[in-house]
Design a protein. Structure first.
Length: 241
């Protein structure tokens, strides 16, 4: 019950911020963005729309034994017919029986993944941007994906501000596009599907810290691959040789 009221309080706080500090005016005369935390203090982040649309379109793959990197939010939001769920995450989740905590289990330390096993579905949303050895991390994700019928669902950031929270703690190293991601994942998976998401006005709004609630919903219907806010990947048949 407390969780429910906290959720309502956070939502009202975001609405109040949008009302008290409306966008309006000419963006170009501003020296500061409206938000430095991806508009999470104003509403819903623009890139989350693409991320959740991607996962929703692959809901049929999020079943059986599922591992999610970071937490299990999307496993339970989109999963169907779940047999077991696990997370590979930081120390804050280490008390959970289904958690494989970092640094004992590390995507780039492949020997540590032997105890984690393989999964029907692995979810890794915006993980690679924060790992310096991103190629090693992709290889680690391949190692966690069940060889015969497992699927990896991943997203990475393209056009984006720096995540100061991550930068100051463990690093925010990379931004990608669909070309680089396709070539990278094809080194470690036989089957790779890559899609870019975004367009110029949404990219500008995202950089300036506007939320989904503050942009026309029709903008999400148009894709321009020259302005890639998010890149999504579905990969299968890991190359384990």
């Amino acid at each position: 019950m407390t969780k429910f009221f906290l959720k309502i309080a956070f939502r009202l706080k975001k609405i109040a911020k949008r009302k008290l500090f409306p966008v309006g005016g000419n963006w170009l005369i501003r020296k500061e963005p409206f938000s430095r935390v991806f508009a999470l203090d104003r509403g819903t982040a623009i890139d989350r729309r693409f991320m959740e649309d991607f996962l929703s379109s692959h809901q049929h793959n999020i079943q059986g034994n599922v591992l999610e990197i970071g937490d299990d939010q999307y496993t339970y939001q989109f999963g169907i017919n779940l047999t077991s769920t696990s997370i590979l995450a930081g120390p804050e989740n280490s008390s959970r029986s289904s958690c494989y905590p970092y640094p004992f289990y590390d995507l780039t330390a492949h020997h540590s993944l032997d105890a984690v096993g393989t999964y029907d579905c692995v979810i890794a949303t915006n993980v690679l941007n924060f790992i310096y050895d991103f190629k090693g991390a992709i290889q680690g994700l391949a190692k966690l994906t069940q060889p015969d019928c497992g699927v990896l669902l991943a997203t990475v950031a393209g056009v984006s501000q720096i995540s100061r929270f991550d930068y100051d703690r463990w690093g925010d190293y990379w931004r990608f596009n669909d070309l680089s991601i396709r070539r990278l994942f094809e080194e470690y998976f036989e089957e790779v599907e890559v899609i870019s998401h975004g367009n110029a006005p949404l990219a500008a709004a995202f950089i300036m810290g506007l939320s989904q609630e503050e942009v026309p919903s029709t903008l999400f219907e148009h894709n321009d691959s020259d302005y890639q806010i998010l890149i999504s990947v579905k990969a299968a048949k890991p190359k384990l040789g």
